[in-house]
Design a protein around this ligand. Sequence first.
Ligand SMILES: *[C@@H]1O[C@H](CO)[C@@H](O)[C@H](O)[C@H]1NC(C)=O
Ligand SMILES: *[C@@H]1O[C@H](CO)[C@@H](O)[C@H](O)[C@H]1NC(C)=O
Length: 171
Amino acid sequence: MHSATYRLNAVATMAFTGLLALCLAVSVTELAHKANPEASLKMHGVHHFKPLGGNDEAVLSFQMKGDLSSCFSWNTKQLFAYIKIVYETERHVRNEVTVWDKVMTSTEEARIEEAFLSKYALVDNGSDLRGRDVNLTLAWNVMPYIGALYFGEKVFAAKMPSEYMSDGRQG
Ligand SMILES: *[C@@H]1O[C@H](CO)[C@@H](O)[C@H](O)[C@H]1NC(C)=O
Ligand SMILES: *[C@@H]1O[C@H](CO)[C@@H](O)[C@H](O)[C@H]1NC(C)=O
């Protein structure tokens, strides 16, 4: 009489237990997976650097040599990599501007050796960028199929040009 509900229950319990075991297995293998991402990043040139309505605006290019492919395990859906420019000014203690990002869905895409233009302009709140020491932070989020997202980053020191530059000049 009760057998149908009972069976359903048993199936559900088994499925749930199976899921738990799978999650546990994933966590354990994730712990065993050692990522060893390598990257170097530097400012390559300045497309333009000018004051715009009281705020400094710069479009930079970067030279990157990176291999984030070791972040991929069988449980990795994709990486989300981005470059932030982090600096301090007298006006604002912490400034963080994301100037480039890329979704990487394969180990091939996680290897980069090229110069490229930033996707988004660096816009200061103010006109404090000339000659400014900045950190180029290359960061990446690892997005798994199952389990928690984690991230890593590497920081590279750089310096903004001491003078504004018109379009096209490389510095
Ligand atoms: C830049 O990076 C260095 C080294 O990681 C750190 O000591 C410094 O505080 C950073 N500067 C800013 C403005 O975040
Ligand atoms: C710049 O900073 C000031 C305060 O420090 C703020 O009121 C203003 O909205 C900011 N401007 C922009 C464009 O973010």
